[in-house]
Design a binder for this molecule. Structure first.
Ligand SMILES: [Zn+2]
Length: 380
């Protein structure tokens, strides 16, 4: 019995269109999960996130553990009541912070100890504590604690990290107590094919509700990332959802969907949106550019979002140039809607056996622009 019933309705090649049933609503897959690290997607209310088309929000256990503290979230009635988001919630475990905060943590067999980046105190995460914490705040999908190695990494170091991650996965599976929180295992192994195969073989034998591909989007070239996805995704248990962590661009998502991946998250669309990099079907529109100063058109005439229905490029240009908070809200709302509409087209294309037709429309000549991440020194 799984905490996350999953049905595959149709296939186009290896791509799957399906349906996840979470305690907080049904989710059609493939889907994109906007990132709300601290419990909110930056700049958006839960109502706006829902209006953008999101059904799953991603939050981060490491960050919530530091502030406001897991006990506080639990005492406030759990993560849904605390944040006001009634859709599904997936929390990442802190494994990515093993990579991103590499100067501030110590990895041992027992778990990871972080030097708190806020006040210098210590935070220990173990496979068991991570499962218990995610269950205690009532997330729909919990992730196991893993060790995400940097890129590049030697095969010996990647193997050591993988073996520890697999021992942690066993401990995580044994630590489960709640029948209503789904738990996903995470396949690591960097860009070494034998290690990826070893990861999938070991994890497939454990009773997880879904399986993630981790250790990508850590600075590797696109060809390496694609190879890892092509080796790993098709080997994962076919009847369970597959989640590619931290990826990515429209182009990367299309590639992964066609290799059988169902779930995605990435900070890219929201971060670009906050900084004036607005997506449209022809590429990335840098709204601060002087050419939009008196442009009366919408960001993207094909977009159905509330921003494109009501606001001109000229007004958005003015708001972004003025540093107005509303600019970031509009940019985020529009970009997330583009991603979520894109995922809707992906699902329709799979059902119609026409997935291959999407690439020319969404990637085509604008691939370089869609890959671009704008500078974001002044994030908020
Ligand atoms: Zn729009």
């Amino acid at each position: 019995m799984t905490a996350l019933p999953f049905e595959i309705e149709s296939r186009d090649g290896q791509a799957r269109r399906g349906r996840l049933r979470t305690a907080h609503g049904e989710v059609q897959t493939p889907t994109f999960m906007p990132v709300g690290t601290l419990g909110a997607v930056k700049g958006l209310t839960p109502g706006q996130l829902e209006e953008a088309g999101a059904r799953v929000m991603l939050a981060n256990l490491y960050h919530l553990s530091l502030r406001p503290g897991i006990e506080t979230v639990a005492r406030m009635g759990g993560i849904h009541r605390f944040t006001g988001w009634n859709g599904a919630i997936l929390t990442d475990s802190g494994g990515f912070q093993v990579f991103s905060l590499s100067g501030l943590r110590k990895v041992e067999e027992r778990g990871v100890t972080f030097r708190n980046h806020l006040d210098g105190g210590l935070l220990e995460l173990t496979p068991e504590s991570v499962v218990a914490a995610q269950e205690s705040i009532g997330v729909d999908i919990a992730m196991v604690l893993d060790e995400c190695p940097p890129w590049p990494v030697s095969e010996a170091a990647a193997e050591a990290a993988l073996e520890r991650t697999l021992r942690w996965a066993e401990r995580s599976a044994e630590a489960r107590r709640s029948p209503s929180t789904a738990l996903f295992g995470i396949a690591q192994g960097s860009h070494f094919r034998p290690l990826r195969e070893r990861a999938v073989a070991a994890l497939s034998g454990l009773p997880f509700d879904g399986y993630a591909i981790g250790g990508v989007s850590v600075g590797e070239p696109m060809a390496e990332r694609r190879a890892v996805i092509e080796w790993t995704a098709p080997l994962l248990p076919p009847d369970r959802p597959r989640y590619l962590m931290g990826v990515g661009t429209i182009e990367d998502i299309l590639h992964a969907v066609s290799n059988g991946v169902d779930l995605f998250d990435c900070v890219l669309p929201a971060r670009n949106g906050r900084h004036g990099g607005l997506l449209h079907r022809g590429g990335l529109l840098r709204i601060r550019n002087a050419r939009y100063r008196e442009d009366p058109g919408p960001i993207d005439p094909e977009c159905s979002c509330p921003v494109c229905r009501t606001q001109s490029r000229a007004f958005l240009h003015h708001l972004f140039r003025s540093g107005e908070i509303t600019a970031a809200v509009y940019g985020t709302l529009h970009n997330l809607r583009v991603y979520l509409d894109f995922m809707g087209e992906v699902r329709e294309a799979i059902a119609a056996f026409r997935l291959a037709d999407l690439a020319p429309k969404w990637v085509g000549r604008s691939a370089d622009e869609l890959r671009t991440e704008l500078p974001h020194a002044a994030d908020f």
